[in-house]
Design a protein around this ligand. Structure first.
Ligand code: GLY
Length: 369
């Protein structure tokens, strides 16, 4: 690798340490940054699916040096997230992202009992979204009762965790069945994955796919590819099933074929050449996923892919100026929806970059495991 992972991680840690006070004084969970300020989530307040990444970053920094400043900031925002349990109706299947990286990380790194209870509470909410017709329901709009999305592969880690902690296999059974549905209905022949699949909520029959956050229906949204690659790698880690690892490798091959020569990643692998639209969040997620896949398979090619991505981000999109509070630039939330952020710094891009760097440095606490 051309860049020094330790120096990059330390630079992130320094920049975030300097930005904590602003977030604390404003009482917010930052979602993105621009013009030297943190920005809040554009949708659904603290119930928005991204709320766990800020505390997740704090726990990554805490794990690397045990500086209590990061623990306390993680806990400040953990309290804001657990307050959302009572709002309930705005929470969705992304409770995995939200609570595994906040309460789950706290329980893992400090042994805090209430944090573990809150993590199990979140797992129970996710179980409540299981439709026995065969899938975990993604979102809440009445017209979306049959929708499941590829991102949910990451949320399954919360269910595996709950089975381990409670000794009750129900959570893992649901995760297994949802992973099998995903394998059957989302993974295409060429190794790309669909973003949204709609099922008949009564019978579980697959009705159609929807385009979602990528360029078009039938295209290959890069972040969705990264969720699939990392999600199946994690499912294999939790359950040990060879078919999950095979799926991860198939998606990985498709992803590797689309990493740009400069190490950056387009928002959609089928998008038109112009305008340029990058999504480094996809690159950061994939980098961390590739490192776990390298560990699971012992194959150097996945580590090389991760290093190419990290080098690309470090060379072209690592901001150490005052423009952004965070570091990773040219992140795009959704191909067609600029309101959620386009070519800017978004905190979950930083989370996965920090996680990938922590894996390279040997400090990653394994928050999905
Ligand atoms: N999980 C939603 C997204 O990746 O934007």
């Amino acid at each position: 690798m051309q860049h020094d992972a330790k120096k990059l991680f330390a630079a992130m840690q320094r920049k975030y340490r300097a930005g904590i006070r602003e977030a604390e004084q404003r009482g917010i969970i930052p979602y993105a940054s621009d013009q030297g300020r943190w920005l809040e989530s554009p949708f659904d307040g603290n119930s928005w699916w991204t709320g766990g990444f800020w505390p997740g970053l704090m726990w990554q920094f805490y794990a690397a040096g045990r500086d209590p400043v990061f623990r306390e900031e993680a806990r400040r925002t953990e309290a804001l997230l657990t307050a959302e349990f009572r709002v309930f109706e705005r929470l969705n299947h992304d409770v995995g992202f939200m609570y595994l990286l906040s309460c789950g990380a706290d329980a893992k790194l400090t042994g805090d009992k209430q944090a573990e209870v809150d993590t199990l509470h979140a797992a129970s909410l996710l179980m409540g979204r299981w439709n026995p017709a065969g899938y975990i329901r993604a979102w809440n709009h009445p017209s979306q009762a049959g929708y499941a999305i590829i991102d949910c592969m990451m949320n399954l880690s919360l269910l595996y965790h709950a089975s381990r902690v409670t000794g009750d296999p129900r959570f893992a059974h649901v995760a297994r069945q949802h992973a099998d549905t995903t394998l059957r209905c989302f993974v295409r022949e060429d190794g790309s994955v669909r973003h949204i699949v709609e099922f008949d909520p009564e019978t579980g029959e697959m009705l159609r796919e929807h385009g979602g956050q990528g360029w078009a229906e039938g295209s290959s949204w890069s972040r969705g590819q990264a969720w699939g690659l990392y999600g199946f790698t994690l499912a294999h880690r939790h359950g040990g099933e060879a078919r999950d690892l095979a799926a991860a490798e198939k998606i990985a091959a498709h992803f590797m074929a689309h990493i740009r020569p400069d190490g950056l990643v387009d928002c959609d692998f089928c998008q038109p050449k112009s305008p340029e639209r990058l999504d480094n969040i996809a690159g950061a997620i994939a980098a961390s996923g590739f490192l776990s896949l390298a560990e699971a398979t012992g194959k150097g090619v996945y580590r090389e892919a991760a290093e190419k991505l990290v080098d690309g981000m470090a060379a072209h999109c690592f901001d150490e100026t005052e423009r952004y509070r965070g570091v990773l630039t040219r992140c795009t939330a959704s191909y067609h929806d600029d309101a959620a952020g386009v070519h800017t710094n978004i905190v979950y891009g930083d989370y996965f970059l920090a996680e990938a760097l922590a894996k390279l440095n040997g400090t990653d606490p394994g928050l999905w495991e």
